[in-house]
Design a binder for this molecule. Structure first.
Ligand code: FAD
Ligand code: DLZ
Ligand code: SF4
Length: 516
């Protein structure tokens, strides 16, 4: 872009790759003395090893957003990954753009990640033009909003926040009572899926991103997973994201509740929405997604248990994890309450394991950049916790390999909910299980080389001995948790001999973890 002429020097406004909300007040009418800038930078492509589809989707969405702004009459200075002027850091590029356009001020929207927030703040302190930050307005609550609501409670519990949110924003309410008389229908949402009803077709858009992929490769960016650039399925504009939302509301939402926890080798998403990516990029607002779900219930198109279950994820969990993140950073990501230090087995990067549940989930992630919540929590997360994998490595795995991975949401889910690294701040008990849970909730075990019922021997499912060994190793820590008492009693009932045999079996399993 050639330097524009302004009588006074323009204002430079930075838009980050996960701030692509065309409805933000910034963009409502073109202003002749504002230049918007978006930057494809190595500081963001290289801070963790990303899935190829994550880099592709963010770059494609950023480029589409820049085109949209230009079509609306806004000035845009886009710095692409192969641009010779690119300094590959947000702040170095801002310095360059200030001098290039003789900008009189810089404005940015508050980043969702602590890392980038700190970088921009530190730079702003010494910048030689005024720098102003404002909220993206994307969440129900501001960054500190959850702390303000839950700060007075001795223990933070998502359900407290959720009920407050329902009342405060009038979601699924009749006067001051919850619609249907109950706040939570979780107990009705735990069915395995036995092949019917058929899950909705995948009607997400198709893009040919081969040219963009060649640019990414030419820039030398290292990625993992399949780029699938010739038939790319993630939405890159708000219009595409809206079509995905409405399709989900019609076809997926009615069955979301009952099969929310189901696992199957037959479908990648079952009745899940796959909306985390467009939500996290701000193409869709959480409010409009929640309103669309509530409207479906009010019009009789989806049952309450499904609608409430879905809304709880967004109005409750999504806001809660963001609150935990901002309340506990920067220390949150360094926690390791169980002192776990093992590496992840090498097949977390290839999917080449004989354990059917893990093979299926990991190959799916490598192929698509996506797995649904129970695959993340009770398959890949469960196994990593049972083997005692280092939580920071597990966190990096999720942060990089999922297209929806951004630290504000990945860290509390991975380190907290899944790996208990925060010692129980996020989750009321560690999410661990034997093969029994995975067998009960789905069909993975049917196609497995291991026997889900066996605890010992060559064919025994590795989850079994690892589960009992985990309880034994962390007995002292877990005793303090009332929700673990039953599991610990079951462990005691096994008797010393069986416990010892299980410990030996677990040790053998851990020694050959890469060959499982
Ligand atoms: P649906 O099942 O259709 O749920 C609807 C929406 O609710 C999601 O799109 C999401 O926006 C929200 N939601 C649901 N559960 C959560 C949750 N626990 N925290 C925050 N929002 C939630 N979610 C991410 O967006 N990014 C991540 O990097 C991420 N990492 C995770 C790591 C682990 C170990 C676990 C257990 C969960 C993680 N989650 C993450 C939460 C959740 O698994 C995903 O949001 C969900 O699977 C995305 O798929 P979906 O859009 O089909 O969700
Ligand atoms: C994830 C990501 C990647 C891979 N690349 C970019 C980029 O080149 N430019 C950009 O502005 N954003 C990128 N992002 C998203 C950022 O990591 C995210 O916007 C910040 O961390 C704030 O959450
Ligand atoms: Fe997974 Fe064990 Fe079942 Fe195999 S037997 S699918 S490893 S739970």
């Amino acid at each position: 872009m050639s330097a524009l002429r302004f009588s006074q020097g323009p204002i430079l406004r930075l838009i980050l790759g996960d701030q692509l909300n065309p409805l933000h007040p910034w963009f409502q009418k073109p202003e002749s003395d504002v230049i918007y800038t978006l930057m494809e930078v190595r500081q963001e492509t290289d801070y963790v090893l990303h899935h190829a589809q994550k880099v592709l989707s963010i770059f494609a969405a950023m480029r589409a957003f820049a085109r949209h702004l230009q079509a609306q009459g806004h000035h845009v200075h886009y710095i692409s990954i192969t641009d010779p002027e690119n300094q590959h850091s947000f702040t170095a590029n801002l310095e360059y753009l200030i001098s290039r356009h003789k900008a009189r001020a810089v404005e940015y929207l508050l980043p969702d990640e602590w890392r980038v927030d700190r970088q921009l703040r530190a730079w702003a302190e010494d910048a030689h033009v005024p720098v102003r930050a404002e909220d993206t307005g994307h969440f129900y609550l501001p960054r500190e909003g959850v702390s303000e609501v839950l700060g007075e409670h001795a223990r933070w519990v998502m359900e407290h926040l959720y009920r407050r949110q329902r009342r405060r924003f009038g979601v699924l309410m009749e006067g001051d009572k919850p619609v249907g008389g109950r706040w939570n229908y979780d107990s009705e949402n735990r069915k395995p899926w036995k092949g019917t009803p058929p899950p909705p077709k995948d009607t997400r858009p198709r893009h040919d991103l081969r040219a963009l992929w060649r640019e990414i490769e030419a820039a030398g960016i290292k990625t993992a997973g399949d780029p699938a650039a010739d038939d790319f399925r993630w939405p890159i504009t708000r219009e595409e994201a809206l079509r995905q939302l409405h399709h989900f509301i019609r076809e997926g939402l009615p069955y979301f509740g009952p099969f929310q926890d189901a696992l199957t080798a037959q479908h990648e998403r079952l009745f899940h929405s796959m909306l985390s990516f467009p939500l996290n990029l701000k193409m869709l607002s959480p409010q409009e997604v929640v309103q669309a779900a509530e409207a479906a219930y009010r019009r009789g198109l989806a049952p309450l248990a499904s609608v409430e279950g879905f809304i709880r994820q967004i109005l409750g969990w999504r806001e809660y994890v963001r609150g935990v993140y901002w309340a506990y950073m920067p220390h949150y990501t360094a926690q390791n309450a169980l002192s776990h230090h093992r590496p992840l087995p090498s097949w977390y990067w290839t999917g080449q394991t004989r354990m059917a549940c893990l093979r299926h989930t990991i190959t799916q992630v490598l192929r698509t950049g996506y797995a649904h919540h129970i695959q993340r929590l009770m398959v890949t997360g469960n196994f990593a916790l049972l083997i005692g994998a280092h939580p920071a490595e597990v966190h990096r795995w999720y942060l990089g390999l999922f297209v929806d991975g951004f630290e504000w949401v990945t860290a509390p889910n991975t380190l907290g909910m899944s790996q208990w690294a925060d010692g129980g701040l996020m989750a009321t008990k560690p999410y661990i299980s034997t093969a029994a849970y995975i067998q009960r909730m789905g069909d993975y075990c049917r196609g497995c080389r291991y026997d889900p019922k066996a605890r010992s021997g060559e064919n025994a499912c590795p989850f079994n001995a690892l589960y009992w060994d985990f309880l034994g190793r962390h007995r002292a820590h877990l005793r303090k948790n009332p929700r673990m008492i039953t599991a610990l009693r079951q462990l005691e009932r096994l008797g010393t001999e069986t416990q010892k045999a299980l410990q030996t079996q677990a040790e053998t399993t851990l020694q050959r973890a890469d060959q499982l």
